[in-house]
Design a protein around this ligand. Structure first.
Ligand SMILES: Nc1nc2c(ncn2[C@@H]2O[C@H](COP(=O)(O)OP(=O)(O)OP(=O)(O)O)[C@@H](O)[C@H]2O)c(=O)[nH]1
Ligand SMILES: [Mg+2]
Length: 422
């Protein structure tokens, strides 16, 4: 296991206030990348030193600590440019990385699907291109392991020109895949089945909740960024209504802009959902910051008009009293906030009730009876309503549907009056 020294440099008051949380999170990222934390160093400065970010004395301290702790690398909690990285490596004599490189490395290790791999490679190349001139340790063969992994690695040996070509090709390939996904999305949009997207900070519990709602077995783990690939599944409500649910990649503060760009298409799908479930880990001391970071990314993506349900997850980890208080608030069905535990299932029925409200407000259940052999009618019915049940009887087909009254006026002649037993 590689050993890492973590360094946080704060300038503004806000940065200073967040330094500890941010460093704890960097430790989580280091662990997710497969490193062991061998030490943490912080410095508050009135401004950044352009050569090393930190001051000269601090560089020596980092070098000493790296030697004493037998560290393999130093990871900075803020981004370094090429020459800073090189200057630092000259002084500390081990590989130096920044937060973005660490995150890109995790993504490179985790990407499974073809599209995910292309997106990560693109993000890595875009990040590395402007840094190619400063050939520090981490960019040459001497550097191995974290920060050097990923599909883009071998290609760094070749010149800038070929990297630019590769970036162009990657963009084209990703575009092609995105077009295909977009047309699938189009046809889904024509269907009356609504879509719900789970979004949230990394490790908030999105996949755990996804699994609970869909009875899937997606990979979940205490590690940050366990999910990179979106997945879509059907979820049924107790009255037979149903919707599609998607699980998405987690967010993080200081999310590398290279990744936002590469994963933009994936995230844009979120904007086309009928409802967004924003999963928040209420047991985390950084809960507020995480919530704000996710809201910032959503706003950056221009997602503003999709209804959001805020999910206060992991209430099982809260003290009994606090848990009870949050759960009691679930009784207010007009509220767009639901407390639950994806792990124990407590509060999950409240979420389903809330989704029923948001997705199918104003919808009603109808029984529609059409003569057999009238395909156009049944096809058009399926495009305008959620077919809950279907049965045949003497020359007729009966459908139990959930529909917006305005959407099915053309079926008026076929609607059965009164309570039809099913
Ligand atoms: N105690 C408790 N743990 C939970 C709950 N929900 C999720 N977890 C744990 O939190 C960790 C992260 O859960 P995931 O479902 O992988 O989180 P995620 O949001 O999908 O994370 P990424 O895919 O990495 O963005 C796992 O160890 C889960 O077991 C909960 O309600 N209670
Ligand atoms: Mg996940």
């Amino acid at each position: 296991m590689e050993r890492a020294i973590l360094v946080n440099v704060s300038v503004t008051k806000a940065e200073k206030d967040e330094a500890e949380e941010s460093l704890a999170e960097l430790a989580g990222l280091a662990a997710a990348a497969g490193a062991e934390v061998a030490g943490k160093i912080t410095q508050v400065r009135p401004r950044l030193n352009p050569r090393w970010l930190v001051g000269e004395g601090k560089v020596k301290e980092i070098a000493d600590e790296a030697r004493e702790a037998a560290a393999d690398m130093v990871i900075f909690d803020r981004n370094l440019n090429a020459s800073q990285q090189q200057n630092l490596e000259e002084e500390v004599r081990v590989k130096v990385l920044d937060r973005t490189q660490l995150i890109l490395d995790i993504f490179a290790q985790r990407a499974r699907t073809n599209e995910g791999k292309l997106q990560v490679e693109l993000a890595q190349l875009v990040y590395r291109l402007p840094r190619l001139r400063g050939k520090g340790l981490s960019l040459t063969q001497q550097g191995a392991g974290i920060g050097t992994r990923g599909p883009g690695e071998k290609k760094l040996e070749v010149d800038r020109r070929r990297i630019t070509d590769r970036i162009t090709k990657l963009k084209r390939d990703i575009d092609g895949l995105e077009k295909r996904r977009s047309s699938q999305r189009q046809s889904r949009r024509k269907s009356p089945v609504p879509t719900v997207s789970l979004v949230g900070y990394t490790s908030a519990g999105k996949s755990t909740l996804f699994n609970r709602l869909t009875e899937e077995r997606r990979y979940t783990s205490p590690n940050l960024f366990s999910t990179l690939d979106p997945l879509l599944r059907r979820v049924s409500l107790s009255d037979g209504a149903f919707f599609f649910l998607t699980d998405t990649v987690g967010f993080i503060r200081k999310l590398p802009v290279e990744l936002v760009t590469s994963f933009r298409a994936t995230l844009e799908e979120v904007g086309e959902a009928d409802c967004i479930c924003h999963v928040v880990d209420v047991s985390s001391p950084s809960c507020e910051h995480q919530l704000a970071a996710v809201e910032t990314v959503l706003a950056d993506l221009g997602i503003a008009d999709v209804p959001v349900i805020k999910i206060l997850n992991k209430i099982d980890l809260l003290p009994e009293e606090e848990r009870g208080l949050l759960l009691s608030r679930n009784a207010d069905t007009r509220s767009r906030t639901v407390a639950l535990s994806a792990k124990s299932g407590e509060g999950v029925p409240d979420l389903l009730g809330r989704l029923r409200e948001v997705l199918f407000a104003g919808h009603k259940v109808y029984t529609i009876r059409v003569p057999k052999e009238t395909r156009e009618i049944t096809d058009s019915l399926a495009r305008r309503s959620l077919v809950l049940k279907r049965r045949e009887s003497a020359g007729f087909v009966e459908f139990k549907v959930l529909a917006d009254p305005a959407g099915i006026v053309s079926f008026l002649p076929y609607i059965e009056q009164g309570d039809v037993p099913w």
